[in-house]
Design a protein around this ligand. Structure first.
Ligand code: TMP
Length: 199
């Protein structure tokens, strides 16, 4: 099974992913967790480039770098793990590209973003996506003070990103929206109910 988590920075994805991983393992499921961008050495290097506030990166270059990091993550980690019968949980995937590069940066048209996503994912689609929905003012309280290059974008960028995630959640049946303002345990309970039904 291939599960992805999406949402703006500060939406609590990482906490929920760790909780879900533990719960699945307690149920005898073999789980692998990766982050996108990240995972293999090459993708981690690209992540460093993408998040470093010292670099000024052109929006199209940014799209290509996120895609390059993802392609390597798929080839080296995600696809082999799925083929071994493991459940893979990804902290972000190509819906982030639609939301951040498509709606946020508007670097190229959405059709082109979707095409790029198909290529970079090696045509691998998540079975289930959890969208941790959170209003911007709540997310900002949770964001760290040391902002990375992406987090330095202003409110109007983040509002467009949220709009992108909301639109995707309406369009895609595999996406389940969870209210990330709820207490951590309640969010976990909702996610677990969903996942338990899918196994
Ligand atoms: P993270 O801090 O949640 O690991 O994500 C890194 C940042 O990269 C975050 O601000 C979201 C952004 N991002 C994109 O802009 N496009 C993408 O395709 C992905 C995967 C992440």
């Amino acid at each position: 099974m291939f599960i992805t988590f999406e949402g703006i920075d500060g939406s609590g994805k990482s906490t929920q992913i760790q909780k879900l991983k533990r719960r699945l393992q307690q149920n005898g499921v073999q789980v692998k967790v990766f982050r996108d961008p990240g995972g293999p050495v090459v993708s981690e290097k690209v992540r460093e480039l993408l998040l470093n506030p010292d670099y000024d990166i052109d929006p199209v270059t940014e799209l290509l770098l996120f895609s390059a990091a993802r392609s390597q993550l798929m080839a080296e980690n995600v696809i082999p793990s799925i083929e071994e019968g493991k459940t893979v949980i990804l902290d972000r995937f190509y819906d982030s590209t639609v939301a951040y590069q498509g709606y946020g940066r508007q670097s190229v048209g959405l059709d082109e973003i979707h095409m790029m996503n198909r290529v970079a994912s090696h045509k691998c689609e998540p079975d289930l996506t959890i969208y941790m929905k959170l209003p911007l003012h709540a997310a900002k309280k949770r964001m760290s003070k040391n902002k990375d290059r992406m987090e330095q974008a202003g409110d109007s960028f983040y509002n467009k990103v949220i709009q992108g995630f909301n639109r995707l959640a309406e369009q895609e049946q595999r996406i389940f929206t969870v209210d990330a303002r709820l207490p951590t345990e309640e969010v976990h309970h909702k996610i677990w109910t969903l996942i338990d039904r899918s196994f």
